[in-house]
Design a protein around this ligand. Structure first.
Ligand SMILES: Cc1cc2nc3c(=O)[nH]c(=O)nc-3n(C[C@H](O)[C@H](O)[C@H](O)COP(=O)(O)OP(=O)(O)OC[C@H]3O[C@@H](n4cnc5c(N)ncnc54)[C@H](O)[C@@H]3O)c2cc1C
Length: 234
């Protein structure tokens, strides 16, 4: 299909990546986000080799290597301090031909935004509905704007409006019983091996330190949480 016009709703990881890929494929894109300013946020995300290969195909391989951390091993330690396992990721990398890269989420988001061109993201545009005919798809925004194209891509995250349209029903989000806290700390050899993703496991608990970039660890603490949250809070 040539000359498609693609309307992307949401300029998070998924929306930005889709917009870059669609533009590279020669399609015309419009991308919208409900926020008034895109402010990269978050702690760390691990992009495994398949995700990095996608970035390579989008021409972002060099940038990925610059923002990615040197993750060479994975180490699991029991809460008692006993080593459970420690293994090299070399066989995986050899088999698939690509390093995984843990990255700071802010770096990843900024990289994607720069690659697309931040001026292309139309802000302050909250999608409230989608309409579809045999030939067109239209995203309708709270500010009255209507964006019509051949395809509307719903990249509007976990509280997606567009999901409802695609599934033709409302879905109830279910609290899985776990909460995960993430943050960034300065890399320090006394905390953990700077080339290893170190994961401490306990009963229904997990804490980990993963090297992102050259100078930081992202820490993550996940545990079973018995509090009851309403779907709006999750
Ligand atoms: C602030 C933040 C910090 C995070 N930190 C981490 C982390 O440290 N580690 C980790 O592993 N994961 C983290 N995550 C989760 C991870 O980034 C997401 O799972 C991943 O980004 C999902 O990508 P996405 O593009 O589907 O959705 P999102 O990244 O959530 O992007 C959705 C975008 O759509 C926009 N949007 C939503 N509704 C509408 C609407 N109706 N109309 C228009 N635009 C809309 C939102 O403003 C947002 O920009 C974080 C997510 C967020 C939002």
């Amino acid at each position: 299909m040539d000359n498609l016009k693609v309307i992307v709703v949401g300029a998070g990881m998924g929306g930005l990546t889709t917009a870059i890929a669609m533009e590279k494929a020669g399609y015309q894109i419009e991308i919208y986000d409900r926020v008034t300013a895109l402010r990269p946020a978050g702690a760390g995300i691990s992009l495994w080799s398949n995700g990095v290969k996608v970035m390579n195909r989008l021409g972002l391989g060099q940038q990925m290597a610059q923002i990615g951390g040197p993750m060479k091993r994975m180490t699991y330690i029991h809460k008692s301090g006993n080593l459970l396992t420690d293994f090299s990721l070399d066989p995986l990398v050899e088999a698939v031909g690509q390093n995984p890269y843990p990255v700071a989420r802010t770096d990843l988001q900024q990289m994607l935004l720069t690659a697309l061109g931040p001026e292309k993201v139309q802000l302050n545009a909250k999608c409230i509905a989608v309409e579809q005919t045999a030939d067109t798809a239209t995203a309708i925004f709270e500010n009255g704007h209507r964006a019509t194209g051949d395809v509307v891509v719903g990249a509007d995250g976990t509280h997606s409006i567009i999901r409802e349209h695609v599934l033709d029903k409302t879905t109830q989000r279910r609290y899985a019983g776990y909460v995960n806290w993430n943050g960034l700390v300065a890399a320090n050899a006394e905390l953990a091996d700077q080339e290893s993703w170190v994961i401490y496991v306990g009963d229904a608990q997990r804490a980990s330190l993963m090297p992102v970039g050259a100078i930081a660890f992202t820490f993550s603490l996940m545990c079973r949480c018995l509090m009851t949250l309403s779907p709006k809070q999750i």
